[in-house]
Write a protein that binds this ligand. Sequence first.
Ligand code: T3D
Length: 287
Amino acid sequence: MVYAFGLPFETAREEKLPTGRRTAAMSSPILVSVEAGVQRITLNRPDKLNALNPEMHGLLRAALAQADSDASIRCVLLTGAGRGFCAGQDLSEREVKAGAAPIDLSDTISTYYNPLVRRMRALPKPIVCAVNGVAAGAGASIALACDLVLAARSASFVQAFAKIGLVPDSGGTYFLPRLVGRARAMGLALLGEKLGAEDAERWGLVWKCVDDGALAEESARLARALACGPTKGYGLIKRALDASPGNTLDAQLELERDLQREAGFSEDYREGVAAFLAKRRPEFTGR
Ligand code: T3D
């Protein structure tokens, strides 16, 4: 059921509209729906390849806050409408008129992009990204900030920043070298060339490249499966892997011990062991 219509998330939720009024939802730049434990977020400005503006940032933030606080949501699925995933910042808002003072980009980075990436990484639930088309600039970084990235075979990743004199942001300079190594990260960042989905998979930038026609179903299936999993444990796995790059082995071993302690107290761990011993499928509640 779609329940965000370009309204602040909480408001939209109170004003659930019947399915017959889906047209209203189609005009919102962010569509949000929840089904079977999966919150689907669709970037929805297809004529601009889903380039981001403040309204979209506000709606995205509200959706992720809801994903965090609503225990019935156990996985997020992020995708784009139309032929693009996201072309990063809407550049039509960045033209500097002759004689006007330049925009201080650190303001929008601090207000929108950094909080968005931080929230995605801190969300204690998995985020699946279905990259349906080109992911450029901050759009590419946002895809890489997700936990499992599926890309349609025709999709591509573009570090478009250098083409307009900027620096990869939204975590781009963090994710890229860690995923593909410095040499490839530098090539992508300096040259701004399109990297196709098959190469992105081969380089380790994404989890899987799938046929265009299979992306929607495969990503939905993956998200549904994760939504039936041990959510608490998944959140702890995210914490462990995200802490790893900055940690020594000793520090990471200690962190693993602490997180395992937490995991060991979860209901899902008890259920997982019981199901294994009884040779049945586990029924995880996410707790
Ligand atoms: O500013 C801050 O707050 C700092 C933060 C910055 C974060 C950033 O993301 S900076 C990087 C911004 N993004 C870009 O530089 C990417 C710009 N777009 C492109 O390079 C290309 O559009 C693509 C490589 C993504 C796709 O190329 P292609 O040939 O498939 O499509 P196209 O024809 O270029 O674009 C289709 C339409 O989308 C077109 O509109 P039109 O002519 O049909 O009316 C194009 O203008 C529009 N579009 C694409 N990207 C953006 C955009 N409109 C506004 N902003 C965009 N980023």
